[in-house]
Design a protein around this ligand. Structure first.
Ligand code: PA5
Length: 385
């Protein structure tokens, strides 16, 4: 992976960037010390060999047995898995089983259409929720569970319902214990948005037929990019302190749309607190060149872009380079990340890099990267109604 800073040069004061060097060893030591909620930082504490072989065994059985693998989850419990599956899948995949992520809204219309769509399908369900109590997840799960209870015997259900949750009493944990459904445990010291390389993301990714070992090889390689992750965090912090409060994650490959959604959550929840933080948005080009492009070129100078490209020489690449130049001459600086290929290893490197950099960015802002008190607040208000 390459971090290209050509298109920010005129927008930064190199002397001020050099000042960040003084904080580097202190911040990197904090990561290495692996205080609370940092178990994702090393693969050994993120996922064990035993869990990996369970995932492999489960995914082989699931792939043989069903034609629809339903994942019920929201937020950090689904975004990473969905992002990686979409990035690696064919646009017009008719792969078996079909993988469907549900539970990300409370629309009655959606629920009704979903039940019609799945009623005659051969289903295996994986519900994922760290707290085990999330409203959307429970609300989506219940009618599907009722349908499955009508279709399958109690013995069959034990092979068709996989529950991925935290190891504390909750709606889903208690259900798994009571009915002896396979239970995959989410590590206590890993928050939702950092959980893609745990059982949370890896089971759906394996069921979709992708190589989780190659993915984890990429994650391990990601550690080699610590210097670049620190540099990226510094540039972002510099822009934030120079009135660029919006960061567009800009893609030219629509398969990366959900990777952009994952990035939005990762950065918004990790840094957006205590009245601080950059607002992350997603721009999908070339589509959005024909809508947002005008603003990026000549609008208020409040944003910068992180452009995610895949190494190539095609027309898409030529166009993205031309646009980078135009935005640079307009009002918008861009940091460019170039992935070697669109495969498991490259995605592993990229996602780990972003997790590390988001955490470093929070340390630079002096906020706790791993809390999400705002999310907890509105969840409480929702419970009240
Ligand atoms: O990052 C987070 O903590 C949130 O986005 C959660 O992942 C989301 O709210 C889902 O929570 P849970 O996994 O407990 O169902």
């Amino acid at each position: 992976m390459i971090l290209d800073t050509t298109y920010i040069k005129n927008y930064i004061d190199q002397k001020q960037i050099e000042m960040y060097e003084h904080k580097k060893s202190h911040i990197l030591k904090k990561l290495e010390a692996k205080d609370s909620m940092l178990d994702w930082y090393d693969m050994e504490t993120c996922i064990s060999c035993g869990e990996l072989s369970n995932i492999e065994q489960f995914s082989t059985e699931i792939r043989k047995k069903c034609d629809l693998f339903l994942v019920v989850a929201i937020g950090g419990s689904y975004l990473g898995g969905k992002a990686i599956i979409d990035a690696l899948s064919s646009y017009f995949s008719t792969g078996k089983p079909e993988i469907l992520f549900v539970g990300t809204n409370l629309s009655t219309e959606y629920q009704r259409d979903l039940m019609t769509y799945i009623q005659n399908r051969n289903i295996i369900l994986n519900v994922i929720s760290k707290s085990g109590n999330t409203l959307e997840t429970i609300r989506t799960f219940e009618p599907i569970y009722e349908l499955m209870k009508k279709k399958y015997s109690d013995r069959e259900l034990k092979e068709r319902i996989y529950i991925t949750t935290g190891e504390q009493e909750s709606y889903f944990y208690n259900l798994a214990k009571e009915y002896k459904y396979p239970l995959l445990t989410i590590p206590k010291e890993i928050g939702g948005r950092f959980s893609v390389f745990t059982v949370v993301g890896l089971l759906p990714i394996a069921v979709a037929g992708f190589d989780i070992h190659a993915l984890l090889k990429g994650v391990k390689k990601g550690k080699e990019y610590l210097e670049e992750a620190y540099r990226y965090a510094c540039y972002r912090d510099y822009f934030y302190h120079h009135h660029r409060l919006v960061e567009s994650f800009t893609i030219y490959e629509p398969k990366l749309t959900n990777l952009g959604e994952w990035l939005k959550q990762l950065f918004a929840e990790t840094q957006g607190k205590e009245g601080k933080g950059i607002l992350p948005i997603l721009t999908s080009n070339t589509k959005d060149l024909h809508s947002l492009g005008q603003y990026y070129q000549e609008g208020s100078p409040i944003l910068f872009e992180t452009v995610i490209k895949i190494k190539s020489q095609d027309l898409n690449d030529k166009v993205s380079t031309a646009v980078l130049k135009a935005h640079y001459e307009g009002h918008t600086p861009s940091i460019v990340m170039i992935l070697d290929e669109l495969n498991e290893e490259a995605i592993g490197i990229f996602c780990y890099f972003m997790e590390v950099s988001a955490t470093i960015g929070a340390y630079l802002l002096e906020v706790n990267p791993f809390g999400q008190p705002g999310v907890e607040n509105y969840k409480q208000k929702i419970k009240e109604v």
